[in-house]
Design a binder for this molecule. Structure first.
Ligand code: SF4
Ligand code: SF4
Length: 169
């Protein structure tokens, strides 16, 4: 581990700048279901990685940030909730890896379907086999980039466990 949290995050974001789950815009399949609020009691949003919230300060009205119920190092993890389509270059890492997640298992990164995608993403049922191999490889590389920072690695472990809890709902 030899990078700061911000350096590792920027590297991960860069690896997923252009890689997408399919070779065409998968939002055409579902009217961008993962970007829409379902109108439930809790706002739908994407959890931000350590340091990522700084990129959204003063970025306008297309989104808001909330404190989520998940805590990391004694602080609530920030949740980005979108009201309008984002400037694509500002997609947070959680959006870039979706519908996969780079689960941390032991010391290995395993890009697998994000269990939170099950109720909304039409790609979920086809499993990883239905996704672009380049996208899967980029998610794995992004996870490995995060592992270069102790903070990001600890956060990956937290989110891997948090998402894993969905198995038991
Ligand atoms: S819900 Fe799935 S298919 Fe739809 S835009 Fe999001 S990742 Fe693509
Ligand atoms: S940041 Fe962009 S890609 Fe992510 S949920 Fe919001 S509108 Fe969708």
């Amino acid at each position: 581990m030899c990078k700061t949290a911000l350096e590792a995050l920027k590297e991960a974001l860069g690896l997923l700048e252009s890689a997408t789950p399919l070779r065409f815009d998968c939002g055409q399949l579902c009217a961008k279901a993962c970007c829409r609020d379902d109108g439930g009691d809790e706002p739908n949003g994407m959890l931000l990685f350590p340091g990522e919230e700084a990129f959204y300060a003063g970025q306008g009205t297309w989104m808001e940030m909330y404190d989520s119920e998940l805590c990391f190092k004694g602080e609530p993890v920030k949740l980005l909730v979108c009201h309008l389509p984002c400037p694509r270059s500002l997609r947070p890492l959680s959006c870039r890896v979706f519908p996969l997640f780079p689960y941390l298992k032991g010391e290995k990164i395993m890009p697998k379907m994000d269990l939170r995608a099950a109720p909304l993403c039409p790609l979920y049922s086809s499993d990883e086999a239905g996704l672009s191999p380049e996208f899967i490889a980029a998610v794995k590389q992004a996870g490995e980039a995060l592992m270069q920072s102790g903070t990001q690695k600890a956060f990956l472990a937290l989110l891997s466990a948090h998402i894993g809890e969905y198995w038991f709902l």
